[in-house]
Write a protein that binds this ligand. Sequence first.
Ligand code: DGT
Ligand code: MG
Ligand code: MG
Ligand code: MG
Ligand code: MG
Length: 252
Amino acid sequence: MAKSKFEYVKEFERDDCCLPNCWIVVRIDGRNFSKFCEAHQFNKPNDVAALQLMNRAAITVMEDFKEIIIGFGQSDEYSFVFRKDTELYKRRASKLMTNVNSLFASSYVYHWPRFFQGKELYYPPSFDARVILYPTDKNLRDYLAWRQADAHVNNLYNTCFWNLVLKGKLTPTQAEGKLRGTLASHKNELLFQEFGINYNNEPPLFRKGTTLIRKLVPDGTGRLKPAVVPLVDDIIGDRFWKENPEVLGLKS
Ligand code: DGT
Ligand code: MG
Ligand code: MG
Ligand code: MG
Ligand code: MG
């Protein structure tokens, strides 16, 4: 077919291919979830159903995008790592990012009724997304460690904050003032002394977030089939990576 005189406008589209041989991370994060969690009366500081719904949406993404080798989620965010040699969408960043993000958002809404029986979804949630490239395995592991450490730091703070407000009857401003500038050791001590809580006994899901990887699981007919499985585990140390070498290896 002959080109129309309008065809030249295509040239305005810029190339946004990801560098070769780099891990491609897509991270999505709930937009203004402070308000969304409040509007839907999520338990504070952690709502198990809400976290499970995030995991369900992320599993849906990984079941569709087979070249994602690992996912990590906490709070209102999820990170997805594409294998470093993926050629999906010719590695175009906007294609990878927008497709992951919109499938995550629609899955979150789609699965909502199963996790919040009877609770109305008052308005459509949305998520931001970004793409980050990591050239080395160490950079990628440090990225994932950073997100898991963030889960821990925020959860320790939030556990203190909401105990001070809900049980200690402080105002949010007072609780904030009391926690300002305190070290982790101080927060652990505060939880123990004032509320009898040993932070290390708090649910691992809240402290460590959820890691999604692919494993072979029995399919009921005695055969093994690949499935996306949620794990609550430490991914900062070496043990997880030694136990699951196929994650960073190129087998899929
Ligand atoms: P953003 O991401 O800049 O659009 O703004 P936010 O408000 O989403 O802020 P962000 O992502 O830094 O923090 C996540 C918010 O979501 C934070 O206010 C705590 C809230 N949130 C996440 N998970 C839970 C939960 O399980 N229960 C409750 N009550 N709140 C949660
Ligand atoms: Mg933010
Ligand atoms: Mg957010
Ligand atoms: Mg967030
Ligand atoms: Mg099209």
